[in-house]
Design a protein around this ligand. Structure first.
Ligand code: UD1
Ligand code: CA
Length: 457
């Protein structure tokens, strides 16, 4: 197999997106478009990936990191000019260079691989990936001669009426003989409606030189969607979402209503887990087997064990163990570590806290900046008082503690192992192990006082 290189075009501003965010960084199912492209390219045994950056260069570089080399395109003079910027990295090298746009997030590695194979079988100097679509508006059209061979590509804006009627389009993905690519780029001009140097012009240039130029038509036209505006972005999101949901179902995950289930690209879910409608699972969340998630639940970047139930709740950047029962209406905020067999009930908020095995906060609690041991019971309405308006303090609740209802644990404070806090207490001092702590005013009953005040009519 010959050497393979890849050039990813990602320097454009994306004017049609009307956005402060650079186009290729717009997420599709939680992952920036250009990252989707690079993730697919990476599967293809490529020696070198060069990403062309310009608008938002730093942000794109930060996103892709070490996976790619970078070439800077100072002015966006067109796609041919963009590829030229990779000259320093690739010029003179023997092999095949694939060019992909950073705004085609649905493209699959298998399709690019098939394109490669076709390119090699045909001993071509250039092969363009094409698709036949119902509405080709905006795309470059594939113009074939009477023998059906590719002659050239005409951009929508430059096309005649007859050319616009062609519905075979340029997907923006190509294979080139690397040397032939950089030689012919020298001959691309910008004499066209947009005054840009068009990469597709390379096809006509090579053809005129008598080189073999071919097209590989993919059946999966959805894959080739180029995202130029928010309408296409939503379309891409929907296609990607369907793809992701199907792959989870194929792996043994039940989705009660796939059309109302939103799972990001890098989420992992174990077998026999059931996802109920209205659920959004984001980031690099990992969910184990036999869980029940949802309805109407948002989980972002969490690790969830097996046989855990999370209903109508929100959990962010936290770890949740196995056999845990969360919700309805619980809020797990970042840096929480919920151990196995825990119960977190309705209207309970947990933030930056360890919550030990078998412990329970069943109703109406706030547990923030805390270390809660195992088998602790937090009574209804009890809270950690972690903030004095300036600083946050730690509450430590050791194993087997029973916190009575409606208690305030004023941090910093340690509640010793096995101790009891009487309901309604405001605890400001450490409680020794096995003690009963009562910190509330004593009740006084004044007999017949009501009559004395003559309040009763
Ligand atoms: C391009 C193709 C068109 C094809 C379509 C497929 C050209 C001239 N046209 O059109 O034939 O049907 O893709 O989606 O190539 N970019 C740069 N530097 C530049 C210009 C663009 O890096 O100077 C990048 C953009 O960031 C983008 C990609 O190249 O990721 C494609 O550019 P875009 O302006 O979206 O091209 P289209 O008009 O969609
Ligand atoms: Ca585009």
């Amino acid at each position: 197999m010959s050497n393979r290189y890849a050039v990813i075009l990602a320097a454009g501003q994306g004017t049609r997106m009307k956005s402060k965010l650079y186009k290729v960084l717009h997420p599709v199912c939680g992952k920036p478009m250009v990252q989707h492209v690079v993730d697919q390219i990476e599967k293809l045994n490529i020696q070198e990936i060069v990403t062309i950056i310009g608008h938002g260069a730093e942000a794109v570089q930060l996103q892709l990191g070490e996976k790619s080399k970078y070439a800077f395109q100072e002015k966006q003079l067109g796609t041919a000019h963009a590829v030229m910027q990779a000259k320093e990295a690739l010029d003179g090298k023997e092999g095949v260079t694939i060019v992909v746009c950073g705004d085609t997030p649905l493209i699959k590695a298998e399709t690019i691989d098939a394109l490669f194979k076709h390119h090699q079988e045909m001993s071509a100097k250039a092969t363009v990936l094409t698709a036949v679509i119902d509405d080709p508006t905006g795309y470059g059209r594939i113009i074939r001669n009477k023998d059906g061979l590719v002659e050239k590509i005409v951009e929508h804006k430059d096309a005649t009426e007859a050319e616009r009627a062609v519905n075979e389009i340029n997907t923006g993905t190509y294979c080139f003989d690397n040397r032939a690519l950089f030689e012919s780029l020298e001959h691309v001009s910008n004499e066209n409606v947009q005054g840009e140097y068009y990469l597709p012009d390379v096809i006509e240039i090579l053809k005129k030189q008598g080189e073999v130029v071919t097209a590989y038509k993919t059946e999966d036209f959805q894959e080739t969607l180029g995202v130029n505006d928010r309408i296409a972005l939503a379309e891409a999101e929907q296609i990607m979402r369907t793809r992701i949901n199907k792959s989870h179902m194929k792996n043994g995950v039940s989705l009660i209503d796939p059309s109302n289930t939103y799972i990001d690209a890098d989420v992992e879910i174990g077998q026999d887990t059931i996802i109920y409608p209205g659920t959004i699972i984001k980031g690099k969340t990992v969910i184990g087997e036999d869980c029940r998630i949802g309805p109407n639940t948002e989980i972002d970047s969490c690790h969830v064990g097996n046989v855990t139930v999370i209903r109508q709740s929100v959990a962010h950047q936290s770890s949740i163990g196995s056999h845990v029962n969360i919700g309805p209406f619980a809020h797990i905020r970042p840096a929480s570590n919920i151990h196995d067999e825990v119960k977190v009930g309705n209207f309970v908020e947990i933030k930056k806290a360890e919550f030990g095995k078998g412990s329970k906060a069943s109703h109406l609690s706030y547990i923030g900046d805390a270390e809660v041991g195992s088998n602790v019971n937090i009574g209804c309405g009890s809270i950690t008082v972690n903030y004095d308006g300036k600083n946050k303090f730690l509450t430590k609740i050791e194993d087997d503690v029973f916190v009575g209802c409606n208690s305030n644990l004023v941090a910093p404070v340690i509640i010793g192992k096995g101790s009891y806090i009487a309901a309604g207490s405001t605890i400001t001092k450490n409680v020794p192990s096995d003690a009963l702590s009562i910190a509330r005013a004593r009740q006084v009953n004044k007999e017949n006082y009501v009559q004395k005040l003559n309040l009763k009519k």
